[in-house]
Design a protein. Structure first.
Length: 320
């Protein structure tokens, strides 16, 4: 009651040569938590399937909006299926490679045994064997040596091939596992919870309609916001002709029509750009930011208000 009484007394006790300037304004929050579609790879357009009603108080962590996740779920099911198939393929491949490794090793051992046999034959005294027969034994040993060398190289090459085959399948499994994790996160991200407690305020689309269930939105579009009530202010439209009568730091009163109350405030800043008030009202105006003196004033963003300023009369400002 005290702030209201002070505003009434101020209005009744205007100094000489002063008058009350009334301008239109709208409450807004200088700081608010934005609710928008998540960054999901490959998704640019989203369909809203759940949206908390406009003006609903939400606790931190409560569901604010959810988007259609059918395409993500479909991709997730496909990736999961491929991942399971690749894991089965890996199991089969490991058994097959183990068998191939045993076969390759047996070939090498067989070549080694043949070399040892040929070497023992050439270790016999040469004078006990006919010259041509001994020469045949030497040739057979040399062939067995080359055969063992080739078997070793083949075993090494086969081992490298097996490692590459395993690396390829395991890399595919790693990629599919990452895809499944990414899609699982995307599915969770398509349900957005309130980042802070407060009142959810719906935003409007390009055509001016407020977002609702079934609305199509694009990545980067703000669907709703949760304003910080401690940062509420008023953005008012000051006619250009009254610019010289208003200054930053000037006390003001914010009045809500219909008996909604009067709140003391202060002019925080005056814009430097002149624009038209609207397409149907080509009146040159400048934006004025008015800060509320009471941070707990019961106002909400988007609420239309009237700002009252005690200013010098126009004759005083226009005097030479």
């Amino acid at each position: 009651m005290k702030p209201l009484l002070a505003c009434l007394l101020l209005a009744l006790a205007l100094p000489a040569g002063a008058e009350t300037l009334r301008i239109d304004g709208e409450v807004y929050a200088r700081s608010s938590a934005q609710i928008m579609p998540p960054m999901v790879e490959g998704m640019w357009q989203f369909n809203i399937t759940q949206l908390a009603p406009d003006g609903t108080p939400l606790e931190k962590g409560a569901v604010a909006v959810a988007f259609d996740a059918s395409s993500v779920l479909k991709s997730l099911a496909e990736k999961n299926s491929k991942l399971q198939e690749k894991q089965r393929e890996l199991d089969r491949l490991q058994l097959e490679l183990a068998e191939r490794e045993r076969s390759s090793h047996l070939e090498t051992e067989k070549a080694r045994a043949e070399l040892e046999k040929a070497a023992r034959k050439t270790e016999q005294p040469q004078e006990l064997i006919a010259g041509i027969e001994y020469r045949k034994l030497v040739v057979a040993r040399e062939q067995a040596e080359r055969k063992l060398e080739l078997a070793r190289k083949l075993e090494s090459a086969n081992a490298e091939q097996r490692r590459q085959e395993l690396r390829l399948v395991r890399s595919e499994i790693a990629q599919l596992t990452a895809d499944v994790a990414r899609l699982g996160k995307a599915q969770a991200d398509l349900t957005i919870t309130a980042p802070r407690s407060g009142i959810l305020m719906h935003r409007s689309s390009w055509n001016g309609d407020k977002f609702d269930v079934g609305s199509q939105v694009w990545r980067g579009q703000t669907i709703a916001e949760i304003p910080d009530p401690a940062t509420l202010a008023v953005r008012a439209e000051l006619p250009e002709r009254d610019y010289l009568r208003v200054r930053a730091g000037m006390p003001a009163r914010v009045r809500v029509d219909g008996g909604g109350g009067v709140f003391p405030a202060t002019v925080a800043s005056i814009g430097r750009t002149v624009r038209s008030k609207s397409q149907v009202q080509p009146i040159p105006v400048m934006d004025v930011e008015v800060r509320l003196d009471d941070p707990e004033a019961r106002l909400k963003p988007g609420q239309a208000v009237r700002v009252e300023l005690t200013v010098p009369d126009r004759a005083a400002t226009e005097a030479p």
